[in-house]
Design a protein around this ligand. Structure first.
Ligand code: PMP
Length: 386
C-alpha cells in the first residue's frame, strides 16, 4: 500500500517474463503502436497530440518535459505543493533560466489558482509547472480552469503538469483542461513496474518544440528525436534512437488494456470512493489527514499524521508484521506516514489497511477504540455499494 510502486496485476507482470522481442520486429512495432494509441485514450486527447515513451523514471519525464522548451534566460514559474514540486525547482535551477516559485507555507496546503493568476499578471513565463498530486502530502492541485486562464494571460506560456501520481487514477482531461505537456511514470496508477516515463504533448507544445530546438536539453532527452521514433511506430514502421524497454512496454500495453476495459469513468469513481472511505476510516481512528480539507485530498495517496508518542519506523514495522506495507513521510521533521490507494486497489485492501493501522496503534499503546475506523470506512463503502 505504498504510493508506488503499487501492486501489479499478474497478467501485467507476466509480460516481463516472455521472450524479449526485437525492438524492430513487426510484432513489437504493433504493440508499440497500440500502446501509443491507448495512452491517448486514458488522458482524453485526440490524434493531434503526441505521446512519447522513454526508458527511465518519473524524474526523467520531469526533466524531458521542461528542458526541451527552454532557452537561456527564459522565465519559468514553478508551483510547489510539496517535495516533488520542490524537486522541479531544484532540477530547473541547474539550467540557465530564471525560476520563480509559488510555494505553500506548510505541507497539506496548496497554492490556489488565484495566486497563480496574480503571478501571471505580473510576469510572462515560457512555462508554468504544477504537480497534479504531490505524493509527499497527498494534496491535489485544482487544474480544471488553470489551462484556460493561463492562455488568457499569455498565449505563449506552456502549462506543464506532473501527473506521476495522478494519471489513470485521478480525473484528468488533458485536452479539455488545456494542458500542454503532461508526464507520468509507470509505477503508480498505470500499474506497471518502474522503468517507463511517458509524456503527452499538445499541438501547441509540438509547435513550441520545433521553434525552441533547445540546446539546453541533454542528448537522450531530445524530444524532437523521440517524436520521430514515435511517429514511425504510429505508422507501423521501424525507427530507432535508443533501445526501448521492450518488455516494460509490453507490460504497459497489457495494463492499458485492463484500464480501458474497466473504463475511465468507473476507474476514477473507484479511486474516489476508496480514498474517501480510507480518509473516513483514518478520521474514525482519530488520526489527522495531512491534506487540509476534502477538496485538496487526492484519490491516489493519503498522508496521515502519527500521534506524537509513536516513532514512524516503529509504526511501519508494526504494520509490516501485519502484512501491510505503508510508506514513511518525505519530510523528516514531520511525524507522518503515507498510504497509496491506486491501480488495482479494492475495498478489501482499504479495510485490511485500516484494520492493521488500528491494531498497530493499539499495540503501540495509543488509546483508540478498535473498529471505529473500520466502521466509518464501511459506511462509505456500503453507501457506494462497493
Ligand atoms: N513526481 C511525483 C509527483 C512523484 O510522486 C514522483 C515519484 N514518487 C516523481 C515525480 C519522480 O518519479 P521517479 O521516482 O519515478 O523518478
Amino acid at each position: 500500500m505504498i504510493p508506488g510502486p503499487t501492486l501489479f496485476e499478474p497478467s501485467v507482470l507476466r509480460e516481463l517474463s516472455v521472450t524479449t522481442l526485437s525492438h524492430t520486429s513487426k510484432e513489437f512495432i504493433q504493440i508499440f503502436n497500440e500502446t501509443l494509441k491507448n495512452l491517448r485514450k486514458i488522458v482524453f486527447v485526440d490524434e493531434n497530440y503526441k505521446t512519447v515513451i522513454l526508458a527511465g523514471s518519473g524524474t526523467l519525464a520531469m526533466e524531458t518535459s521542461t528542458t526541451n522548451f527552454i532557452k537561456s534566460g527564459d522565465k519559468i514559474l514553478v508551483v510547489s505543493n510539496g517535495y516533488f514540486g520542490d524537486r522541479m525547482i531544484e532540477l530547473l535551477s541547474r539550467y540557465p533560466v530564471k525560476v520563480d516559485i509559488l510555494k505553500v507555507n506548510e505541507p497539506g496546503s496548496r497554492v490556489e489558482t488565484e495566486k497563480i493568476l496574480e503571478k501571471l499578471d505580473e510576469e510572462k513565463y515560457s512555462l508554468i509547472t504544477v504537480t497534479h498530486v504531490d505524493t509527499s502530502t497527498g494534496v491535489k492541485q485544482e487544474l480544471k480552469s488553470l489551462g484556460e486562464e493561463v492562455k488568457k494571460h499569455h498565449d505563449e506560456t506552456l502549462l506543464v503538469v506532473d501527473g506521476v501520481c495522478s494519471v489513470a487514477g485521478e480525473e484528468l482531461y488533458m485536452k479539455d483542461w488545456g494542458i500542454d505537456v503532461l508526464f507520468t511514470g509507470s509505477q503508480k496508477a498505470l500499474g506497471v513496474p518502474p522503468g517507463l516515463a511517458m509524456i503527452w504533448l499538445s499541438p501547441k507544445a509540438l509547435e513550441k518544440l520545433k521553434e525552441t530546438k533547445s540546446t539546453l536539453t541533454p542528448y537522450y532527452m531530445d524530444l524532437n528525436r523521440w517524436i520521430k521514433v514515435m511517429e514511425a511506430h504510429e505508422e507501423l514502421k521501424p525507427a530507432y534512437f535508443a533501445t526501448p524497454a521492450v518488455n516494460l512496454i509490453m507490460a504497459l500495453n497489457k495494463s492499458l488494456k485492463l484500464i480501458l476495459e474497466e473504463g475511465m469513468d468507473k476507474r476514477f469513481r473507484r479511486h474516489k470512493t476508496l480514498s474517501k472511505a480510507f480518509r473516513a476510516g483514518i478520521r474514525g481512528i482519530g488520526l489527522n489527514v495531512m491534506a487540509k480539507n476534502e477538496d485538496y485530498a487526492a484519490s491516489t495517496v493519503t498522508a496521515i499524521h502519527l500521534p506524537q508518542n509513536i516513532e514512524v519506523q516503529q509504526f511501519l514495522a508494526e504494520m509490516q508484521k501485519r502484512n501491510i506495507i505503508v510508506a514513511g513521510g518525505l519530510y523528516p521533521n514531520i511525524k507522518y506516514f503515507r498510504v497509496g490507494h491506486m491501480g488495482p486497489v479494492n475495498a478489501n485492501d482499504i479495510l485490511a489497511t485500516i484494520g492493521a493501522i488500528e491494531r498497530s496503534l493499539h499495540k503501540l499503546g495509543t488509546p483508540i477504540e478498535l473498529g471505529k475506523g473500520l466502521t466509518e470506512a464501511q459506511k462509505i463503502l456500503t453507501k457506494e455499494d462497493m
